[in-house]
Design a protein around this ligand. Sequence first.
Ligand code: UTP
Length: 301
Amino acid sequence: MMKVRKAVFPVAGLGTRFLPATKAIPKEMLTVVDKPVIQYVVDEAREAGIEHFIFVTGRNKAVIEDHFDIHFELYDTLAERGKDTVLDRLQRLQPGPGQTSFTRQQVPLGLGHAVWCARDLVGDEPFALLLPDMIMQSEKSCLKAMVELYAHTGNNIVAVQECDPAETHKYGIVGKGADAHSGFEITAMVEKPKPADAPTNLYINGRYILQPEIFSILENQEKGAGNEIQLTDGMLRLREKQPFYGYHYRGRTFDCGSPEGFIEANVAFALQREDMRERIGRLIDEISGDIHPGSEIRAAE
Ligand code: UTP
């Protein structure tokens, strides 16, 4: 079985849910605590053993390419000033030479079309697909667990997690079959079903391992919902030929493509930082307990 060596990051979306913030700045470059959203997703892929990072970009996204490049002047200045800790961190986050590729989607015709744009860079091998909007907080990288499952099942894998049963109409939902190693067989994939029609409340959360046959399917894929070329439509056709397995992820997922998810991610990641936990926690207590800032000082006077 071929190892999963490459990961695709579709970053060509317009980010309309996050306007005006995303008018000039790609939403993938908005920061959660002190790293851009896209860095979290690339770190997750690296932890899973991915060796090559493929970005499908679009207009106004060039800064993503710069972010993953070496910044000589900055690195030299940091070294001269003895800022070794920050320099070391930057270097550890940096992909090596030749480990990144960038292609342009040119027109945002949908996620399925963005994935298809990576066909030549991926070639004839299985690949990981990570939606960069979705960032995960868990002890173990979600993709790493999927790669481990893949070593036993092969074929195609999607990560899923529970949603509110009343909200299935917002997601791609899967049907759950027999257990298969640390995952399960997928018996159905339904795009945005009404709660009454949903086979489960397990939604596809933005992490996939797909076989390269998806590219020839997407090549001829008609436009679907929202007049876009939908990945889900392509996966449904791929499932007619190859099995799909589910990995039930149990950590947190934040949809950083929406302002609410992005704020939640900032709070959750800040609370995980030793140097910030106390201060942010106190602010949350203050606001939720309606304690007014300065009330302690006044009491002492
Ligand atoms: P979204 O629908 O969440 O992204 O697509 P969007 O279109 O940027 O968001 P809104 O609704 O306008 O706010 C999921 C992922 O697919 C990428 C997006 O960048 C995002 O990471 N995508 C989507 C593309 O790369 N190309 C597309 O044509 C559409």
